[in-house]
Design a protein around this ligand. Structure first.
Ligand code: FES
Length: 117
């Protein structure tokens, strides 16, 4: 496990999705109270950036066609089989850290799945 500093926790506004990219992979980062959630940043419907969406109740809503995902788990309310991957993340001191190895592994799998002929 190799943790990478993603951002300062205080730079995140409560329940306001924020876009980050690690090694080319889009992430959506959401602070809620004293917690943070780091999810795959592209909607599973048509790939919109989830950071362009908004929070309603416990859900992160895609700004394009309204698919919703629990921001604490990534699970879709429409279909529980649809899940935005939730990455391991920790708040340590002032910063949010993510597991770079997990992100790289996810990127390779996602890229492979999209380019199978
Ligand atoms: S791209 Fe997100 S709901 Fe369609």
């Amino acid at each position: 496990m190799k943790y990478l500093k993603l951002c300062r926790f205080e730079d995140l506004n409560d329940r306001e999705p924020q876009h980050y990219q690690v090694n080319g992979l889009d992430l959506v980062v959401l602070r809620y109270d004293d917690n943070v959630s780091v999810l795959y940043g592209r909607c599973l419907h048509r790939g919109a950036l989830m950071s362009d969406g908004y929070v309603d109740g416990n859900n992160l809503i895609c700004g394009l066609h309204g698919w919703n995902y629990r921001y604490d788990t990534g699970v879709s309310g429409y279909n529980n089989e649809e899940v935005l991957h939730k990455f391991s993340a920790e708040i340590r001191g002032e910063n949010v850290w993510v597991d770079e190895g997990e992100i790289n592994t996810f990127s390779i799998k996602t890229y492979s799945d999209q380019h199978v002929i």
